[in-house]
Design a binder for this molecule. Structure first.
Ligand SMILES: Cc1cc2nc3c(=O)[nH]c(=O)nc-3n(C[C@H](O)[C@H](O)[C@H](O)COP(=O)(O)O)c2cc1C
Length: 201
C-alpha cells in the first residue's frame, strides 16, 4: 500500500468485530513502531497486549470508577465511551515508555536546571519518540486491515492501570491502543489545509 494512502486512510476506529488479532500481525505492527525515529534510537517503548477478557473488564472497571468519582455519574453498562472503549476491542495494546535521558539532558539537568525543565516538560524527546512509534504502529495496523484508536483518556486511572499491568517506575504507561477488525468506520474528521499550517521563510 502506498504510504500516503495508508496515512490518509487510517482513522480512529471505536467499534470492533469480535475476532482475535493474531500474534504475528501484532508483532508486525510493533516492528513498524521500532522503525520510527526515536531520540538516540532509544526505542524506549514496549507493548503489553491485553486480550484476556477478565483483565480487560478489570481495566474498564478501574477507569469507570475513577471517572464516576470525577463526574459524579456512573458509566452506563456495556456502552463504550471515549475513556473505556479499549475494553470492548479484541486487544488493548498498552504502550509502556521508559524515560530517555540523552547526554544533553544530563548536562542540562546538572548545569542548567531552567533549560532542563523546559526540555523535560515541553520538548520531551523521550515522549516524542514514543509518539512516533505509536503513529507508525497505527499506520501499519491499517495497512494490515486492522482498526485502531490511540487513547490517553483511560490514563485518568494511570497509576491504578500501572498496578494492574505490573508496570513499575521508571517505566510509565503512556497510552492504550484499542485494536481489532473495524466494525464500522465513522466519517473522517476533516483536516486543516497544509498551506494554513506551513510558513516558508
Ligand atoms: C494522544 C492522543 C490521545 C487520544 N485519546 C483518545 C481517547 O482517549 N479516546 C478517543 O476516543 N480518542 C482518542 N484519540 C483519537 C483522536 O480523537 C483522533 O485521532 C482525532 O479526533 C482525529 O481523528 P482520526 O484519528 O479518525 O483521524 C487520541 C489521539 C491522540 C493522538
Amino acid at each position: 500500500m502506498d504510504v500516503f494512502m495508508a496515512m490518509k486512510g487510517r482513522q480512529s476506529i471505536r467499534k470492533f468485530r469480535k475476532e482475535a488479532v493474531p500474534k504475528d500481525q501484532i508483532l508486525r505492527m510493533v516492528e513498524a513502531a521500532t522503525w520510527a525515529p526515536t531520540a538516540g534510537n532509544s526505542q524506549n517503548f514496549r507493548f503489553i497486549v491485553v486480550q484476556d477478557k477478565e483483565t480487560l473488564a478489570r481495566m474498564r472497571g478501574i477507569v469507570d470508577e475513577i471517572l464516576a468519582r470525577l463526574t459524579g455519574k456512573d458509566a452506563p453498562p456495556d456502552k463504550p465511551s471515549s475513556h473505556n472503549l479499549f475494553a470492548y476491542a479484541p486487544a488493548a495494546v498498552c504502550v509502556v515508555g521508559t524515560p530517555f535521558e540523552s547526554a544533553t539532558d544530563k548536562a542540562l539537568r546538572e548545569k542548567d536546571p531552567e533549560r532542563y525543565k523546559a526540555r523535560r516538560f515541553q520538548v520531551n524527546p523521550g515522549l516524542q519518540g514514543i509518539s512516533a512509534g505509536i503513529a507508525q504502529f497505527l499506520v501499519a495496523a491499517y495497512a494490515l486491515g486492522y482498526g485502531t484508536c490511540w487513547m490517553t483518556g483511560p490514563l485518568l486511572a494511570k497509576s491504578e492501570l500501572e498496578s494492574t499491568l505490573l508496570v513499575k517506575y521508571p517505566e510509565e504507561l503512556v497510552a492504550i491502543i484499542a485494536l481489532g477488525k473495524p466494525d464500522s468506520a465513522p466519517a473522517k474528521p476533516p483536516r486543516k489545509p497544509p498551506e494554513e499550517l506551513t510558513t516558508f521563510r
